[in-house]
Design a protein around this ligand. Structure first.
Ligand SMILES: *Cc1c(COP(=O)(O)O)cnc(C)c1O
Length: 248
């Protein structure tokens, strides 16, 4: 049976997450088990303890039912790239899943900073002074401080979020000194179709120089390479939840 496509049958129907069919919970559980086995094997090869690698299940575009299926399979850390989508999906799951953690991993508009601080446990896409100021102000107003990672645009891609490589250290200093923000690590998304390893290595070296313990790098197609380079957080979407029902 093909995926239910509301737009095909009723073009005027608003396409909301809740309109989509419930996902195949067995497939999600099996995918999670497979990914964890691959993580364990990659850690073994790299001489690393798998306990030092957190799997962030990227549920963007997938319905709350997919998140529930992953929670039932023991997954507790999730990633979303849009604050609004995350706010529509996650707060209702929290009461039943107090250990659940939500990471915002997508480029963040300054005017969404307050919503992000309200909904997220970690914001991985801090990348510019205006956003740092907005997050600092939101933390004061909300009395809630998510973990913060600085995203670096290691491939200097104009369409991508992230601070430039040669501005990363100054930006980290500015976050700490000017805005009083505690930064716990770095995140990058290497350019598609390029060998990701040099990007992962560069980010790992910067983290070491800056004394930052968290390295968010590696997605469905390259998480093993990221583990070899020292990743402590992997952001894996399609290999867990399947193809996205619509572009993110
Ligand atoms: C969508 C997304 C991912 C996951 O991508 P997959 O290839 O589906 O694993 C990881 N990181 C970010 C920032 C994303 O937006």
């Amino acid at each position: 049976m093909g995926a239910f496509q509301p737009d095909r049958f009723c073009p005027s129907l608003p396409r909301r997450m809740t309109d989509l069919p419930s996902p195949d919970a067995d497939a999600i559980a099996a995918n999670l088990a497979r990914i964890k086995a691959r993580i364990a094997e990659a850690c073994d090869k790299a001489g690393r303890d798998p306990a030092g690698v957190t799997l962030v299940a990227v549920s963007k575009t997938h319905p709350a039912g997919a998140v529930r299926a992953a929670l039932a399979a023991g997954q507790s850390v999730f990633g979303e790239n849009r604050v609004q989508e995350a706010a529509g999906k996650f707060p209702e799951l929290r009461p039943d899943h107090p250990a659940m953690r939500l990471h915002i991993i997508g480029g963040l508009q300054t005017n969404k900073a307050r919503d992000a601080v309200r909904v997220a446990d970690v914001i991985e896409s801090l990348d510019r002074p205006k956003l740092a100021a907005a997050i600092a102000e939101a933390i004061r107003k909300e009395g809630r401080a998510p973990g913060l990672l600085v995203q670096v645009n290691t491939g200097a891609e104009p369409q991508k979020s992230g601070v430039a490589r040669d501005e990363a250290s100054a930006f980290l200093r500015q976050c700490r000194e000017e805005h009083g923000l505690a930064i716990s690590g770095l995140m990058c998304i290497p350019p598609e179709g390029e060998d990701p390893t040099p990007h992962f290595r560069w980010l790992a070296e910067l983290a070491a120089r800056e004394g930052l313990g968290i390295l968010s790098m590696g997605m469905s197609s390259d998480f093993e390479a990221a583990i070899a380079c020292g990743a402590t957080q992997l952001r894996v979407g399609s290999a867990i939840f399947g193809a996205r029902p619509y572009p993110a």
